[in-house]
Design a protein. Structure first.
Length: 630
């Protein structure tokens, strides 16, 4: 499958015509593109968010999305091996986070999560992390936040090319290529990436095989203007991942004996697509948009004899009609008050084995959102949504957010909302012989939460600190039995609360420093601690410009403490994992205006640690990359 993707990419690259976009280039840094049904200016957005640009990730040598988002407040990342990574926000579960790639829901239909492992940053323009309830905008699975990944577009008229390669320790290597073209009628953007991760011995006994992974992706996006105020576009993304993994020993008596070195293999195929059309009306006062999107995700695993041991097929199909209306101006671009109205239909399918029973469900939704500049200092966003479910009770979600800018430069931001997460298809219907049996009687999870924070500039604008307190009450939390043989709704209220801090400071014209800290207190309704949500996470980074600005060196430290996990053996006890501190060193050097070198050493001190009981984290590794544009 990898070779097929690369061959198809070469054919597409050879046949892409010259095209491009009629509008001026949007400066994305000034907006939160995914913050509403229409983009919102960053300084008026009331919810807590973080943005990582492609340039920042490139200069720090960040190769994968999971590496990049580890640095953000409120995020907990737990990795068992090179093919399986879970991401949690604000103490929620992995399927409480919605992942979007170019606006298309990327979360799998079987478990409601996205498999980040190996997702490369080479073609990513920016990552937007939106914290807090987002169900009004994005429906179920957006309870604790949204991770929106936006790929690169042609920035200027004409045709441009970009290519990169990386090589590292443990037999890791990769390459990528992109072609982007833009003209009077529209734009077309094509990229292909492939990366082989040599892996490491997750058993930690230094005698087993390394679990490797190969991931290849083709991405194609485009849009065209048919006439003034009328345009259409599409996205198409295909990914294949092949990986090795070990067995687990449920008769283990300790972490060292839990992982058993075997030659199991797996493969995962993903296909994401969307088509959309947009037209202005009433002289630009109204904009109508119709979008069709979907994904297909197929996962198979095999034993050492290449016999199929498990399979999961899922799909999502969605249609959305959106109307945006300027309440107080003749054109949306001039409006201080905008009303968005949305109607959606979603259809999910899940099959747990080839030829087995196919399960499906449908949901219809309507939503309203208001974005308003009440005064020059006060901005408000508010919305309400009603979901009409085929398999569950209908649900209403809501949110409200406000941003207030003081004359001193400080900014207060606060938000509150209600969100819903429907049980995943696996929780309802999944089945593993002698292991897990689904529970079709599960109810959706519901939460009500709020946050309040303040941004404070200091040192004459050279520094900025943002401190946010968050609180969420979760009802009907879906929990598994200690042995993971079934799932059920938990009576009572599960609580998540904490503090997020992000600070940046330009110490000198050549030295920048950044600090992040997250305190999370997450417990179930029975008072037990939630696993894989560290109580304390600290990140510190210093970046020094060198060689007259042609290069930079960054040193990063990440400290994690108070992380609990359930042992998958014996009495299935929940215990605290040892604290750890991981250092990363990266460098960036511009060979010319069109070529640059990037180097990175992860786990610089070769720290011995685990993010999940029984699974050893990766030791020290190094990478060197070359990137060129023309």
């Amino acid at each position: 499958m990898t070779h097929k993707l690369i061959t198809a990419g070469a054919v597409l690259a050879a046949t892409i015509p010259a095209a491009a976009a009629a509008q001026d280039v949007i400066v994305l840094d000034r907006i939160v593109a995914s913050g509403g049904f229409t983009p919102i200016e960053a300084q008026t957005y009331g919810r807590s968010y973080s943005i990582l640009t492609g340039e920042e990730m490139e200069q720090k040598g960040l190769r994968t999305v999971q590496e990049a988002i580890r640095t953000l407040p409120g995020v907990a990342v737990s990795q068992t091996d090179p093919y399986n990574t879970q991401v949690r926000i604000r103490g929620g579960e992995g399927n409480h986070v919605l992942v979007l790639i170019d606006g298309v829901a990327a979360t799998a239909g079987d478990n409601g999560e996205y498999y980040f492992s190996g997702l490369q940053t080479a073609d990513i323009e920016r990552i937007e992390l939106l914290r807090g309830p987002q169900s009004v905008l994005y429906g179920a699975n957006a309870m604790t936040g949204v991770i929106s990944i936006i790929t690169k577009r042609a920035a200027q008229p004409g045709t441009s090319y970009e290519a990169g390669t990386v090589a590292g320790t443990d037999g890791t290597y990769g390459a990528d290529f992109a072609l982007r073209t833009r003209g009077a009628a529209g734009e077309l953007n094509f990229s292909v990436q492939s990366r082989h991760d040599g892996g490491y011995d997750v058993s930690g006994d230094d005698g087993g095989d390394d679990d490797s992974s190969t991931r290849s992706t083709i991405n194609l996006t485009g849009r065209t203007a048919f006439a003034s105020g009328i345009e259409a576009g599409f996205t198409l993304r295909a990914t294949t991942q092949d990986y090795d993994f070990d067995d687990t020993n449920y008769a283990a008596t300790d972490a060292d004996s839990y992982i058993v070195d075997t030659d199991n293999t797996g493969d995962r195929d993903e296909l994401f697509a969307s088509v959309w059309a947009e037209a202005e009306a009433m002289g630009g006062r109204m904009r109508n948009r119709l979008t069709f999107s979907g994904n297909d995700i197929d996962t198979k695993t095999y034993d050492p004899a290449d016999v199929l041991t498990s399979q999961s097929d899922s799909s999502r199909r969605a249609a959305q009609a959106r109307l945006s209306y300027a309440l107080d101006a003749p054109a949306l671009g001039q409006a201080r008050h905008i009303l968005n109205a949305v109607a959606e239909h979603e259809y999910l399918t899940f099959r747990r084995a080839s030829g087995g029973t196919e399960y499906d469900r449908r949901m219809n939704s309507v939503a309203l959102e208001y974005q308003g500049e009440v005064t020059d200092a006060l901005n408000v966003q508010a919305g309400v949504r009603r979901d009409f479910n085929s398999d569950f009770e209908d649900a209403t979600s809501w949110n409200i957010a406000a941003s207030y800018a003081f004359a001193s430069g400080a900014r207060l931001h606060t938000s509150a909302g209600k969100a819903v997460v429907n049980p995943s298809m696996y929780e309802l219907y999944g089945y593993s012989p002698g292991f897990y049996t689904g529970n079709p009687d599960l109810n959706p999870e519901e939460s009500v939460g709020f946050d309040i924070g303040i941004e404070l500039p200091f040192a004459g604008g050279r520094g900025l600190v943002d401190v946010t307190y968050f609180h969420e009450d979760l009802e009907d939390e879906i929990v598994y039995t200690p042995s993971f043989t079934s799932a059920d709704n938990l009576d009572g209220t599960s609580k998540r609360r904490g503090v997020e801090l992000a600070a940046s400071y330009e110490v000198t014209p050549v030295l920048d420093m950044a600090l992040s800290y997250t305190y999370t207190d997450a417990e179930t309704a029975t008072g037990t601690v939630e696993v894989r949500r560290p109580e304390h996470q600290v990140g510190l980074e210093a970046t020094l410009a060198v060689l007259d600005g042609r290069g930079s060196v960054s040193l990063g430290l990440r400290h994690v403490a108070g992380n609990f996990d359930t042992q998958d053996w014996g009495a299935y006890a929940t215990e605290e994992l040892p604290d750890y501190t991981v250092a990363t060193l990266s460098g960036h050097y511009a060979l010319s205006d069109r070529a640059e070198l990037v180097a990175r050493i992860e786990n610089l001190t070769d720290e011995d640690y685990s993010e999940v009981w029984g699974y050893e984290a990766a030791g020290r590794s190094a990478y060197l990359g070359l990137r060129a544009r023309w």
